[in-house]
Design a protein around this ligand. Structure first.
Ligand SMILES: NC(=O)c1ccc[n+]([C@@H]2O[C@H](COP(=O)([O-])OP(=O)(O)OC[C@H]3O[C@@H](n4cnc5c(N)ncnc54)[C@H](O)[C@@H]3O)[C@@H](O)[C@H]2O)c1
Length: 272
């Protein structure tokens, strides 16, 4: 370990169980010397195993529904109290589509569910940043990261309304990142991660095929949750201080590959 985050304090959203990308990130941040508060929606706290993670990393847990400004204000205030000062890093690792969960096709949405999913998966990022911004809660050169997926740029039919939510999320990162950079010297980026076997990931229809296809396409194969945690640590560290307003592909090269020999071989075999 490199002590990359020694002395830094943060908030990590979205660790549900040990498969969660946020869970792996919390473990890696801890190993790198960072201190943090863990948070998740009250219902997820009841279902998940976050207390084990809190114990392992010496962290406290503060419940917050990321769609509730009241919860977020309480979270930010309490976090500064617990950590004894302003925040250096924040991970937004939150996503949920009710249309996906209930099996509604993209062309047959229930718009109440669409709105709820957008609020949870994208607008919550604006709410988190607005709360941090108004409360002057971020230290200079702090780093805010949200996790996203390439369906924001290209069509993945079964990703459903989450594709639209991710496009909105990435736009919020740029738009809020401008003001956070200019006014507070804080950077904001999204990391566009490979398909990863987690609770949220596995909810996407045909996920196993999706995972295998991406793995065969990417020259380096799929990036794991641990790889994503490592990249996030780098983005929280002082080694990436001038990176902001970016959507950073972390996918083993998938996003720039037209076709791979492995995929072509499997396709041709299917034709025989
Ligand atoms: N798994 C993948 O294939 C993949 C790929 C690219 C990006 N991502 C993104 O990574 C992030 C983390 O997902 P994951 O794959 O680790 O799955 P996960 O299911 O472990 O994490 C999703 C988290 O969102 C939380 N959440 C849901 N509603 C919430 C609310 N109202 N308030 C606060 N938290 C809420 C859940 O409790 C859960 O902890 C998501 O943004 C997801 O879209 C995942």
């Amino acid at each position: 370990m490199y002590n990359l985050l020694k002395g830094k304090k943060g908030i990590i959203f979205g660790a549900l169980d040990e498969n969660s990308i946020a869970w792996k990130t919390a473990e890696r941040v801890h190993e790198e010397g960072g201190e943090f508060v863990l948070t998740n929606a009250p219902v997820a706290l009841r279902m998940g195993q976050i207390n084990a993670l809190a114990e392992k990393t010496g962290s406290q847990v503060i419940p917050a529904d990321a769609t509730s400004l009241e919860d977020l204000e309480n979270l930010v205030e309490k976090s500064m109290e617990i950590l004894g000062g302003k925040i250096d890093f924040v991970l937004h690792s939150i996503g949920m589509s009710i249309n996906v969960r209930k099996g509604n096709h993209y062309t047959s949405q229930n718009y109440d569910w669409t709105q709820k999913g957008t609020d949870i998966s994208a607008m919550s990022f604006h709410k988190v940043m607005q709360t941090l911004y108004k409360k002057e809660a971020m230290n200079q050169w702090g780093s805010i990261v949200a996790l996203t997926y390439m369906a924001a740029q290209r069509v993945f039919p079964d990703y459903n309304d989450m594709a639209d939510n991710k496009a909105y999320l990435e736009s919020i990162a740029r738009s809020f990142g401008y003001f956070f950079g200019k006014e507070k010297t804080v950077r904001v980026n999204t990391i566009s991660q490979s398909p990863t076997p987690t609770t949220a990931g596995s909810g996407v229809k045909g996920f196993d095929g999706f995972l295998a296809y991406a793995d065969k396409m990417a020259p380096l194969g799929n990036a794991s949750a641990l790889d994503c945690a490592n990249y996030t640590v780098a983005m929280f560290s002082d080694l990436t201080r001038m990176v902001t307003l970016q959507n950073l592909f972390h996918d083993g090269g998938f996003s720039n590959t037209g076709v791979s020999d492995d995929v072509m071989e499997a396709f041709v075999k299917g034709l025989e």
